[in-house]
Ligand binder design. Structure first.
Ligand code: KG4
Ligand code: ZN
Length: 344
């Protein structure tokens, strides 16, 4: 079974093929350098770039995998959440392919795919707790199965990755800056009292990181930006990193206390590459007799392998969408509207 996956939800145009549960090939064109000029993703530019790249990337992927389009059995595409103009490029391309090739089609939830891609590196088991920490999202899920997720909490303002990027901007780092803060922080000694652990004085599982960025801004004040060898800068990075990780750990522990049947944590998203976060989540689950699964770093950020793999899991469970499936931008709930082959 050959499943094509297409990802265009933000600023990466990516396509991948999963053949019988294994990666057969993947291609990706990143727009990071283009958007870095503007300090963040410009939606109109992003969709235009997707239009330019998607056709040639598809041809290149077929060539690399030694496949003809007619060999594709199933087309999976990120249907949301994301930038509407960008998503529509991928969804229109996927629907046209499925129609032309007369094969089944499915729209994949981009956030679920981030978590499910853990299955490529580890054996998945359900139920599981899912923590997605990316540039655009911070979500906690109870994952019942590949197709059924219950959202337990989410960020009310900035996502964890966004907090890293905004603090990076305050420190004069290029966008995205999470990996730089992570690397510099590892060279420094964290002061646990320097920054607050935000939005813990409640009994919910939501997050709020915007105040943390304000705390870093207040700490820096009107100080001249230090250079990267400066111990104060390393301490600032280490302390901010620790504040984010402590906060995520508290809410994960709270979720586990409330749902003790969950013994596996699936971690995903760009921030899941963070060294301290991986270490602390692994220790936290280990102490409870469970385990933490994290994808390899190249599958933490946006990619099409995760879409193709989630599509493959859903196809294995006989799910698909009709070609009138709606594309869902950020801010709207993705409907539970998959069709089942067995129910026909
Ligand atoms: O998953 P992703 O591509 O974002 C979305 O899909 O929205 O992840 C990108 C985010 C950026 O905010 C980046 O700064 C952050 O992940 N990031 C990190 C690290 N590597 C990437 N944050 C903290 N530590 C890292 N090592
Ligand atoms: Zn993403």
């Amino acid at each position: 079974m050959i499943c094509l996956g297409i990802e265009t939800s933000c600023d990466e145009t990516a396509l991948a093929v999963i053949e019988d549960g294994r990666v057969a090939g993947s291609v990706l064109a990143s727009q990071t350098n283009l958007h870095a000029l503007f300090g963040g993703v410009v939606p109109e530019l992003a969709s235009r770039e997707h239009c330019r790249y998607i056709g040639p990337l598809f041809d290149e992927l077929m060539r690399r995998c030694c496949l003809r389009p007619a060999d594709i059995t199933y087309v999976a595409v990120a249907r949301g959440p994301g930038l509407l103009g960008s998503l529509l490029v991928g969804v229109a391309f996927a629907k046209a392919l499925a129609l032309g090739l007369d094969c089944k089609f499915i729209g994949v939830n981009h956030l679920h795919a981030h978590l499910l891609v853990n299955g490529l590196a580890h054996k998945l088991s359900f139920p599981a707790l899912g923590l997605l920490v990316s540039g655009g999202h911070t979500h906690l899920y109870h994952i019942h199965s590949p197709q059924f997720f219950t959202q337990l909490g989410r960020t009310l303002d900035d996502a964890a990755g966004e907090a890293f990027d905004k603090v990076g901007k305050l420190l004069g780092f290029p966008y995205p800056s999470g990996h730089l803060i992570d690397a510099l922080g590892r060279e420094g000694v964290a002061d646990p009292t320097l920054f607050p652990r935000p939005y813990l004085d409640n009994d919910n599982l939501d997050f709020s990181f915007s105040g943390l960025k304000t705390a870093v801004a207040a700490h820096l004040g009107s100080r001249r930006l230090p250079d990267k060898t400066d111990d104060d800068l390393k301490k600032c990075c280490a302390s901010f990193n620790l504040a984010v990780v402590d906060t995520l750990c508290v809410k994960v522990e709270r979720a586990l206390d409330r749902r003790p049947s969950l013994r596996v944590l699936l971690l995903a998203g760009g921030v899941a590459s963070n060294f301290l976060l991986r270490e602390r989540m692994t220790a936290l689950m280990g102490k409870r007799g469970g385990k933490t699964l994290v994808p390899p770093p190249d599958l933490c950020t946006d990619n099409a392998v995760m879409i193709a793999y989630a599509g493959w899991l859903l196809y294995s469970n006989r799910y698909y969408h009709s070609l009138d499936m709606e594309t869902i931008p950020r801010g709207r709930v993705i409907p539970d509207d998959m069709l089942s082959i067995s129910s026909k």
